[in-house]
Design a protein around this ligand. Sequence first.
Ligand code: ZN
Ligand code: ZN
Length: 147
Amino acid sequence: MYSNIMIRLTPQKLTELVAERGLKMTPQRRAIVECLAATRVHPTADEVFMDVNRRFPMTSRATVYNTLNLLIDAELVNIIEESGVKRFDPNLEPHHHFICSTCGMVEDVEATDRLETTMLNTGGHQVESMQITLRGTCALCFEVKND
Ligand SMILES: [Zn+2]
Ligand SMILES: [Zn+2]
């Protein structure tokens, strides 16, 4: 249902969603989405919470967690689970991830159509999507290590 459109979470999408669910769009909810929409680092729930609290110091953890759950439920954000830590990804286009084994940063890697599932032996299963996780040392950590 999402194919071939530029898909990224926007405040507009959340506004529609909360209206649909009979909820109110609050400045805190908007701040949560703005934080997610602006980030490229795949924040954890706590990182979203801290970011929103800088702007709205009275925001409760429950508000942040509930809003994140709402977004996941509506498939407006994806979850990446890495070493038991859940991270949130507002980029809904098919893409891959690079994960730094030193600092844990998760970065998007653009999917190219040159990578074909026909390269893989899927044992006769019908593949509908593919996500590759690349692991290594990020540019920053690499620089530090080689200083
Ligand atoms: Zn790193
Ligand atoms: Zn991503």
